[in-house]
Design a protein around this ligand. Structure first.
Ligand code: ADP
Length: 344
C-alpha cells in the first residue's frame, strides 16, 4: 500500500514537473523574445518585428508590440523627411545669404573702383596744372581743365545714379502711379534728344498708334527710362544711322521699343546688359559711362510693374523694350484718379 502511494506521488510529481516545464517554455520563451525585441527596438532596429503566431495574451502583446514598432518607424521616417527638408531649406537660405554677401562685397569693390578712376584722373590733372602750369602751353592747360570738368561730371553722375539705385532698391523712392500719357513723355524725350541725334546725323523718329490708353506710372521716372535708352541708342549708333521709338498697346500693358542701327551687342554681353556696372568698352565711343544706366532702367520699370528686355544683332543694331501697366478701361470710365505710393 505504501509502495503504491509512493509510486502515485512520484508520478504526480513527474506530471507536475512536465506541466511546469511545458508551461515555462510556452510563456518564458515568448517573454524572452519580447524582452529581446524591446532591446533591439531601443537600439534603433526599427524594422524588427516579433514573429509569434498565438491567439492568447502573449500573442496580443506581440501584435501590439509590432504595431507600436510599425508606427514608431513611420513617425521616425516622417521626422527624418522633415529634418531632410529643413536641412535643405537651411542650406538654400545659407547659400542665398552667402550670394547676397558676395554681391555686396562685389558691389562695394565695384563702387570703390568706379569712384577711384575719375578721382585719380582729377588728382593727376590738377597736380599737372599746379606743378607744371609754367611749362605747359595754354592749350594743354585748357585740356587739363576740360578733363577735370568731364571727370567731375562723371563722378557726379555716378553718385547720382548710385543714390537713385539705392533709393529704388530700398523702396524709398517716391514713385507716382497716376495715369499719364506715354505719348507725351516719349514726344518730350525725342524732342530733347533731337539735337544730339542731329549732331551725329542720326535720324531719330517716334511712331505711336492712333489711340493708346494712359499708363500707370511716374512721369519723371519714365522720362528717365526713355532718356537713358534713347541716349544709349544714339551713343552706340554711327553717324547716318537711325534710332526709332515705337509705342504699342498690348493686352494689359503698353510696350515701348527703342530700335537702333548701331554697333549691336554680342549674345554673351546681352545676358548681362542690365547688371550694375556692366560696361563694355566700345571702339569709337567715348568712355564716359558708369554701367549703371540700364540697371536703373530695369529697377524703375520693374518697380512700376513692367518688364525690360533687349535683343541685338552685333554690327546691325539693338532693340530695347519695356512694358508698363496700362490704366484699366473701367478706371478710365470712372474718371482720372491720381494715386501714388510711398514706400519705406
Ligand atoms: P552707361 O551708363 O555706362 O552707358 P548702361 O548701363 O546704360 O551704362 O549700358 C551698359 C553697356 O551696355 C554700355 O557700356 C554699352 O556697351 C551697352 N549698350 C547699352 N545700350 C546699347 C545700345 N543701344 N547699343 C549697343 N550697346 C549698348
Amino acid at each position: 500500500m505504501e509502495k503504491e502511494a509512493a509510486i502515485l506521488m512520484a508520478a504526480s510529481f513527474g506530471l507536475a514537473l512536465l506541466i511546469g516545464t511545458l508551461a515555462a517554455r510556452s510563456i518564458g520563451r515568448p517573454v524572452l523574445q519580447l524582452v529581446d525585441s524591446t532591446q533591439r527596438l531601443s537600439q534603433g532596429e526599427l524594422g524588427h518585428r516579433i514573429d509569434l503566431d498565438r491567439r492568447d495574451e502573449i500573442g496580443q502583446l506581440a501584435t501590439s508590440f509590432n504595431e507600436m514598432a510599425r508606427s514608431l518607424k513611420a513617425s521616425y521616417e516622417g521626422l527624418e523627411q522633415q529634418v531632410e527638408q529643413k536641412t535643405a531649406d537651411l542650406k538654400d537660405a545659407l547659400d542665398q545669404v552667402s550670394r547676397i554677401s558676395e554681391l555686396k562685397s562685389r558691389f562695394v569693390s565695384d563702387v570703390s573702383h568706379e569712384l577711384k578712376t575719375p578721382l585719380t584722373s582729377i588728382q593727376g590733372y590738377a597736380e599737372t596744372l599746379l606743378r607744371l602750369r609754367d611749362k605747359i602751353s595754354e592749350a594743354q592747360q585748357l585740356d587739363c581743365a576740360r578733363t577735370i570738368g568731364e571727370e567731375s561730371g562723371r563722378l557726379t553722375r555716378l553718385i547720382d545714379n548710385l543714390l537713385d539705385l539705392s533709393h529704388i532698391e530700398a523702396g524709398t523712392m517716391r514713385l507716382e502711379r497716376g495715369p499719364l500719357s506715354l505719348v507725351e513723355v516719349a514726344q518730350e524725350t525725342v524732342h530733347a534728344l533731337q539735337i544730339q541725334a542731329f549732331e551725329k546725323q542720326i535720324v531719330l523718329s517716334l511712331s505711336t498708334p492712333e489711340t493708346l490708353p494712359p499708363i500707370l506710372g511716374d512721369r519723371d521716372a519714365i522720362r528717365r527710362v526713355l532718356d537713358n535708352l534713347v541716349h544709349n541708342a544714339i551713343k552706340y549708333t554711327s553717324p547716318e544711322g537711325r534710332v526709332s521709338v515705337t509705342l504699342e498697346c498690348m493686352a494689359t500693358h503698353v510696350k515701348t521699343s527703342v530700335f537702333d542701327t548701331g554697333v549691336g551687342i554680342s549674345p554673351e554681353n546681352l545676358e548681362r546688359i542690365f547688371d550694375r556696372f556692366f560696361w563694355i568698352k566700345t571702339p569709337g565711343v567715348q568712355a564716359s559711362g558708369t554701367g549703371l544706366g540700364l540697371s536703373i532702367v530695369r529697377s524703375i520699370v520693374e518697380e512700376l510693374g513692367g518688364e525690360v528686355s533687349a535683343t541685338s544683332q552685333p554690327g546691325k543694331g539693338s532693340v530695347f523694350c519695356f512694358t508698363l501697366p496700362a490704366q484699366p478701361l473701367q478706371d478710365m470710365v470712372r474718371g482720372p484718379q491720381k494715386t501714388h505710393t510711398r514706400r519705406g
